[in-house]
Design a protein around this ligand. Sequence first.
Ligand SMILES: [Zn+2]
Length: 184
Amino acid sequence: MTDAERASDHAGVPDAFARLWTPHRMVYVGGQDKPEDDGEAACPFCTAPGREDAESLIVHRGVTGYVVLNLYPYNPGHVLVCPYRHVADLTELTDAERDEVGALTAAAMRVLRDVSAPHGFNLGMNQGPAAGAGIAGHLHQHVVPRWGGDANFFPIIAGTKALPQVLGETRDLIAASWAGSVAR
Ligand SMILES: [Zn+2]
């Protein structure tokens, strides 16, 4: 992290994640990856598990679902809990999938508290394009860490908020903490 900037050098509430200026990663926050349709072949939540964790920004793999860093984060550490199956609606999940979405959400909260001590969380899923789902064909539960006053800098809005930070570094921190929390 030789060219990393410290979070404390920036306006806002300091957190555990340093920020970097990485133009090559801006493709991740510019929306270019958003698929035009919701087919499984073009679905980022279907293709991500087929790649290495570090490449896909996956922080944990469960039995029926996994947890991935959001490419369009509202806040540092914003993760998504997804079933492996390409399923759009909560009512279409099996009981096991629904249970694990809940369990992984709670585990993500514990891990993020360990990593960056947020003051609170926003949890939830947008069901359908009319409700604001960016990738409506594949259910994903948002887990957004919040700090007091962060809305001044990272508004929770329907659009996307680009953060010039190293998503890979953030993934490494969260994945390592998650692995440690399972071990202890
Ligand atoms: Zn999918």
